[in-house]
Design a protein around this ligand. Structure first.
Ligand SMILES: Cc1cc2nc3c(=O)[nH]c(=O)nc-3n(C[C@H](O)[C@H](O)[C@H](O)COP(=O)(O)O)c2cc1C
Ligand SMILES: C=C(O[C@@H]1CC(C(=O)O)=C[C@@H](OP(=O)(O)O)[C@H]1O)C(=O)O
Length: 335
């Protein structure tokens, strides 16, 4: 369904070309100071900038609809809507008959038939990440002592990518890349073995971001070519601090008190200006297709704040679960 999380639960509604996106965050404690301005910095980081980003400039007009009274969370679910004001649906006129290669148009029709809203990618659009960012800002407010920071590591396989990205954009093509993320201040003991491991929950959230095709923790796939003697992280004090961090701060699905460390891979966007081939339902033939509209030739530079937001939501959930666990232990041991 469209919800994530157990004790801190986020749900996301809306389409790229509908009137608004709506995000609901349930489980936030009462008393968090929330005014519209708290969202500004994160929203600005997600907004398209420069000539390699989409020209669709949304002002991200917010409406704080529920769960906030006199500038503080009430403890009830917080609902925020974000207006879509700048959609241009004319760009998507023939989308039902001519699905873009690599985007979700074809699968959306397979799943929902004639009823789906394909304009701007509908529910699959990168636009929906504005709701994730709003929710992440809220989750971040309850994570005292935890710092989450994501950065672009590379674009198109290069760490010095600016000129290359412009070149590829000018050729009507697109590029993917890698975002790294670190979370410090996460104590040992968050997460569960098996299904609700820290890695499972983070991956669950991160793979919901449109265009994310890979997540690796610690050394990730590179671990395949390391020896145990190279990979193992020596424990150097009673608090579990380790000399190295090959495992990314998680052992057995549970945070070990060191920095959480992971990388996220984003694909090159599907909507490129170059001519491609696709199957036309109108003619029953494979034909040349030229994708219309305003698109990111790379969205990796807009991704770090979205990755941070998703991480904060998952960590907020894990923090509340851990509090319940410790509270329960205290109650039963002392009671
Ligand atoms: C912030 C953001 C902006 C995006 N912008 C575009 C875009 O302009 N054009 C495009 O084709 N894909 C864009 N994407 C990626 C698509 O939304 C995504 O590839 C598509 O929904 C299909 O999903 P998949 O790649 O996970 O299979 C963007 C993604 C994000 C996170
Ligand atoms: C609007 C945003 O990005 C959009 C993400 C997107 C896609 O296919 O994911 C396609 C484009 O949509 P449209 O054709 O409606 O302009 C982008 O502009 C945004 O991120 O705010």
């Amino acid at each position: 369904m469209n919800s994530l999380g157990h004790s801190l639960r986020v749900s996301l509604q809306g389409e790229s070309h509908g009137p608004a996106l709506v995000v609901v965050v349930d489980g936030l404690p009462a008393g968090l100071p929330v005014r519209e301005e708290v969202f500004s910095a994160d929203l600005a980081r997600r907004r398209p900038q420069g000539d390699c980003a989409t020209a669709r400039q949304e002002p991200d007009v917010l409406h704080l609809l529920t769960g906030i009274h006199q500038g503080y969370t009430t403890g009830a679910p917080v609902t925020v809507s974000i207006e879509n004001r700048e959609a241009n649906s004319a760009d998507y006129q023939d989308i039902e008959n001519f699905p873009r290669p690599g985007h979700a148009d074809f699968v959306a029709q397979q799943k929902y038939g004639e009823y789906c809203d394909l304009r701007g990618g509908g529910v699959f659009s990168g636009r929906t990440t504005v709701g994730i960012v709003v929710a992440g800002t809220l989750a971040g407010m309850m994570l005292r002592g935890v710092r989450v920071e994501a950065k672009v590591e590379s674009v198109g396989g290069r760490t010095d990518w600016a000129a290359y990205l412009h070149e590829v954009t000018a050729e009507g093509d697109s590029l993917g890349g890698i975002v790294t993320c670190e979370a410090s201040g996460v104590p040992a003991g968050w997460g569960d073995p098996y299904f609700d491991s820290v890695e499972s929950l983070l991956a669950h959230g991160l793979f919901a971001i449109p265009g994310v095709k890979g997540v690796e923790f610690g050394d990730g796939f590179a671990a395949a070519s390391l020896r145990g003697s190279e990979y193992n992280d020596a424990i150097i004090d009673a608090g579990g601090q380790t000399a190295t961090n090959h495992c990314g701060g998680v052992n057995g699905g549970i945070s070990n008190g060191n920095q959480l460390r992971f990388r996220v891979v984003a694909r090159p966007p599907a909507s490129i200006r170059r001519e491609q081939q696709s199957y036309s339902r109108r003619t029953g033939q494979v034909e040349p297709i030229r994708v219309q509209g305003r698109h990111d030739s790379c969205f990796v530079t807009r991704l770090p704040v979205v990755v941070e937001a998703m991480t904060k939501l998952v960590l907020g959930d894990l923090a509340l679960r851990r509090m319940a666990e410790l509270g329960g232990r205290k109650l039963f041991n002392e009671g």
